[in-house]
Ligand binder design. Structure first.
Ligand code: G
Ligand code: G
Ligand code: MN
Ligand code: NA
Length: 250
């Protein structure tokens, strides 16, 4: 279990870093928030993406302390940014189900001084498959802290409209597999339109992920989609680049 040892060591010696990708208001093109995306700066392997180590971190329980580090670091970073953009943090289902999650969020907010309304927690549909009562209780405790909750990768998992009815989401992020078909695929186009209308009706923000072209952005604008995220605006950037990015896109 070489990788396991390596991963535990990485957290201790501080080899993880956060990159950030802007989330932009479709109408104004202003940055409304930034999503924190975890990277591992490995001494020999270089920059390792999360898909390569998060499943193992979940398996060995390291995702809990690692996730706490992400929460604390993202809140600290955001508290120092110019203006008041939100910061979005991805939560693993394992981390979501862990006992200390709500306390970890509260602690990250307290130590950073970040306004809770500027913290957004992204959870996937997998979380909803777990014990509904416990999930609902956790979501309400998080909401009581004043943070926002977003459903990530909407449409790819076991999407059920009942989740939108039962759980207090502030935002839905529609998966990039739908965005990428906006122009060529009438089906993807119809799905994005329907999900946008649904979110508008439920008073939730909708963010289209993976926006890569100006044409996709215009189509999203026509549909009334509130926010967009993707390479059209920026790839995820190291934390140190964010002040300049904010000055440029503000
Ligand atoms: O940035 P990239 O496209 O490589 O991210 C790949 C996946 O890793 C995405 O699905 C994203 O949600 C997930 N991810 C990125 N950062 C974190 C994190 O801090 N915690 C968890 N649990 N998942 C993350
Ligand atoms: O699952 P989640 O939405 O958290 O994952 C976000 C991931 O999507 C990030 O790792 C990021 O690198 C990737 N991503 C962000 N914007 C784009 C885009 O415009 N095109 C593609 N192909 N990937 C993107
Ligand atoms: Mn995400
Ligand atoms: Na996503």
């Amino acid at each position: 279990r070489l990788l396991e040892l390596d991963l535990r060591r990485a957290l201790v010696v501080g080899e993880f870093e956060l990159h950030y990708q802007p989330i932009v208001a479709v109408a104004s093109r202003r940055v409304s928030g930034l999503e924190a995306l975890l990277r591992w700066r490995h001494p020999e392997r270089g920059l390792v993406p999360p898909d390569a180590f998060i499943p193992l971190a979940e398996e060995i329980g390291l995702i809990v302390p690692l996730g706490e580090w992400v929460l604390a670091q993202a809140c600290r970073d955001a508290a120092g940014w110019l203006g008041t953009p939100k910061v979005a943090v991805n939560l693993s289902p394992v981390q979501f189900a862990s006992r200390g999650l709500v306390d970890a969020v509260a602690t990250a907010l307290e130590l950073s001084g970040l306004d809770p309304a500027r913290l957004e927690l992204e959870i996937t549909e997998t979380v909803m498959l777990q014990d509904t009562q416990a999930t609902l209780a956790t979501l309400h405790r998080l909401k009581a802290l004043g943070v926002r909750i977003a459903m990530d990768d909407f449409g790819t998992g076991y999407s059920s409209l009942s989740y939108l009815q039962r759980f207090p989401f502030d935002k839905v992020k529609i998966d990039r597999s739908f965005t990428s078909g906006l122009e060529q695929s009438p089906r993807s186009n119809a799905i994005v339109g329907a999900v946008t209308d649904l979110c508008l009706g439920l008073d939730m923000t909708i963010t289209a992920e993976g926006v890569e072209t100006e044409e996709q952005l215009q189509e999203l604008r026509r549909k009334g989609c509130g926010e967009a995220q993707g390479y059209l605006f920026s790839k995820p950037q190291p934390a140190a680049e964010i002040p300049m990015l904010l000055a440029r896109l503000a």
